[in-house]
Design a protein around this ligand. Structure first.
Ligand SMILES: *Cc1c(COP(=O)(O)O)cnc(C)c1O
Ligand SMILES: [Zn+2]
Length: 395
């Protein structure tokens, strides 16, 4: 299967078989031809409605169910954020996160190319997503996890029956080595910022844009870790701009956890290159990549769209997570509650204003998290015989 690639930084072109990275050191993305792209005239709701901008593969099984997630208004958060708030709820994907978009495209491409096995490096959502999509497609799945992965996360992953290998050593190096080891062993690694994954994950932005068409939201806020999702979202808006389907690209804001914020720190220093950091403990463990492979590309996306990169701490994240559930009805993973915490900060510093339409991308469901903060639950116990009078008293 021939999938053309290009480098966002230097323009070099390549093919999928050439690997995931340009000689300049930056990641490739899938080269699309948006010039004739139009909003699709189909009732298909999954991400495959945008197949004109995707590698030419036909999905089977679970892959056909990825994407097509709801964009919901959250009017009760408007005052909180000082803008008109919309939430893109990625928890509605088959394994509960946007990772299914990238896994669907990667695994469908692997199946089309006749691969026997796919793989990934992840300790959480991407691992489960790849294992699920591989299971459905009948491919073996090799998941490389850090040796110290918490047992609850290992147990959830094991439900899909992939081959799991705990690897000791540096996670950033493991990410890079896996691509080489995989290509030698015949395992297609679909890692966080590899081209097929990024192509699939860009469909989050295509759906957001189509929901607003012919308007465009003013700002989109996304949690960021490796930078793969952010890269796909940026690429998708560039494509829509080239296709004349949007008259401007929204400001893209990316949020990290302050315990591990290499991209936000580079942004604050006005650097255009990210330096790896030591990760601290955080409730937002899904976005704690200390050596983000697409970090520089995220800086470029923030700068070219007039957006930014910021970091929020655990208290702000947990508070935002409670507000998303109690004011928008959306129970999300801590990692993506960062978007509301980030939007509050953007409002405080004047980057979000009253007539702005802002889209918070809630990347994953909270139902996969068992290690929750447990606030005291306020519920009295009454005998059945006292139900009438109690309800009358408390309602
Ligand atoms: C993976 C993940 C992210 C970060 O995405 P990147 O592409 O690695 O930047 C954000 N939120 C959730 C819930 C995730 O699983
Ligand atoms: Zn390059």
């Amino acid at each position: 299967m021939d999938v053309p690639l290009s480098c966002y930084a230097c323009g070099t072109t390549a093919a999928l078989a050439d690997g995931a990275r340009c000689d300049c050191g930056e990641p490739y993305w899938v080269q699309t031809d948006p010039s004739t792209f139009e909003w699709p005239d189909t009732s298909e709701r999954s991400l495959w409605r945008y197949r004109a901008l995707l590698p030419d593969v036909t999905p089977a099984g679970l892959a056909a169910g990825a994407g097509g997630t709801p964009l919901v208004r959250a009017p009760r958060l408007d005052d909180d954020v000082g803008a008109t708030v919309h939430v893109k709820y990625e928890g509605a994907n088959p394994t509960g996160t946007f990772k299914d978009r990238g896994s669907a495209v990667g695994v469908a491409a692997g199946a089309a190319a006749g691969d026997d096995a796919v793989g990934t490096v992840s300790h959480g959502n991407m691992a489960r997503s790849m294992a699920a999509h591989a299971a459905s497609a009948g491919l073996d799945c090799l998941v490389l996890v850090p040796a110290d992965i918490p047992v609850e996360r290992l147990a959830l992953l094991a439900r899909y029956d992939p081959t799991i290998l705990r690897v000791e050593g540096d996670y950033g190096r493991l990410y890079r080595e896996s691509l080489r080891v995989g290509s030698e062993a015949g395992v297609r690694f679909v890692n966080s910022d590899t081209p097929l994954r990024v192509a699939g994950q860009g469909t989050t932005a295509l759906e957001i844009a189509e929901s607003f068409a012919p308007d465009v939201p003013d700002a989109v806020v996304l949690p960021v870790s490796s930078g793969g999702h952010a890269s796909g979202v940026w690429k998708a808006f560039r494509d829509l701009s080239a296709a004349d389907l949007v008259d401007r690209v929204p400001r893209l804001y990316f949020v990290q956890t302050s315990a591990c914020a290499p991209i936000a720190e580079a942004w604050a220093r006005r650097d255009d290159v990210v330096t790896p950091v030591e990760a601290g403990e955080t409730v937002a463990y899904s976005i704690a990549n200390a050596d983000p492979p697409s970090g520089n590309r995220v800086l470029a996306a923030a700068s070219e769209t007039d957006g930014g990169v910021l970091a929020v701490d655990d208290d702000a994240i947990l508070d935002a997570r409670r507000a998303l559930a109690s004011s928008a009805g959306l129970f999300v993973e801590s990692a993506c509650a960062t978007v509301l915490a980030g939007a509050r900060r953007l409002h405080d510093r004047g980057d979000l204003v009253a007539d702005d339409d802002v889209v918070l991308v809630a990347t994953g469901t909270g139902f996969t998290e068992r290690d929750l903060d447990a606030p005291g639950v306020d519920a009295e116990t009454v005998p059945l015989s006292a139900l009438d009078e109690t309800v009358a008293r408390i309602i």
